[in-house]
Design a binder for this molecule. Structure first.
Ligand code: IMP
Ligand code: MG
Length: 180
């Protein structure tokens, strides 16, 4: 499917599943190599990261644990700049190497909030791993160690990312077709 219609908008394919999975392979190798003796805790940010988390974890071969937490900062197509925690972390973070797994970093507000929240729980270190990054729109200072791909500042969906709750199910990534 090259073009899809979601709710009231048109989207066109921009990153195919095979390209996505190649990047996931690469990231997984880096994590397996860098964190081999650290028994990391992978912390997925719901809902957006569910597909990336799943593909990534299937390729992780080192001893590790995983959990999800849920935050919200986005309504419709614009970042609200406010982050609400919905489901907290229930594991023991103290002294651990924690790797936050995100679908996308846009303004960085969500990630900054998560890092500050996690720091209070006394981890040994916090590493950030995101599938996508929109570098042009980053508004905060963040050290993002693992990035699969950088994309322009366009609105996208698929591979976990949504438009008003729709479109998370597509295995490929689609970009919004701008209305004339
Ligand atoms: P930030 O707090 O501005 O960095 O926003 C991050 C969150 O906004 C991500 O976790 C996504 O859920 C969502 N988001 C950012 N850009 C897009 C997009 O292009 N499509 C869908 N969701 C997005
Ligand atoms: Mg998200």
């Amino acid at each position: 499917m090259e073009k899809i219609h979601v709710k009231d908008k048109d989207f066109t394919i921009s990153i195919k599943e095979e390209v996505i999975l190649k990047e996931v392979d690469r990231l997984a190798s880096e994590l397996n190599r860098d964190l081999a003796d650290k028994e990391p805790l992978f912390l997925g940010v719901l809902n957006g990261s569910f597909m990336f988390m799943s593909d990534l974890m299937k390729r992780i071969t080192i001893p590790c644990q995983l959990q999800f937490m849920k935050v919200a900062s986005y309504t419709g197509m614009g970042s609200t700049g406010k982050v609400t925690d919905l489901i907290g972390i229930d594991g023991d973070v103290k002294g651990r190497t924690v790797v936050i797994i995100e679908d996308i970093i846009d303004t960085g507000t969500t990630m900054k909030h998560l890092v500050e929240k996690l720091e209070k729980l006394g981890p040994k270190e916090i590493l950030i791993c995101t599938f996508l990054m929109k570098p042009g729109s980053l508004k905060v200072d963040l050290d993002v160690k693992y990035v699969a791909m950088s994309i322009p500042n366009d609105f996208i969906l698929g591979y976990g990312l949504d438009y008003d709750g729709y479109g998370r199910n597509y295995p490929d990534i689609y970009t919004l077709v701008n209305e004339k």
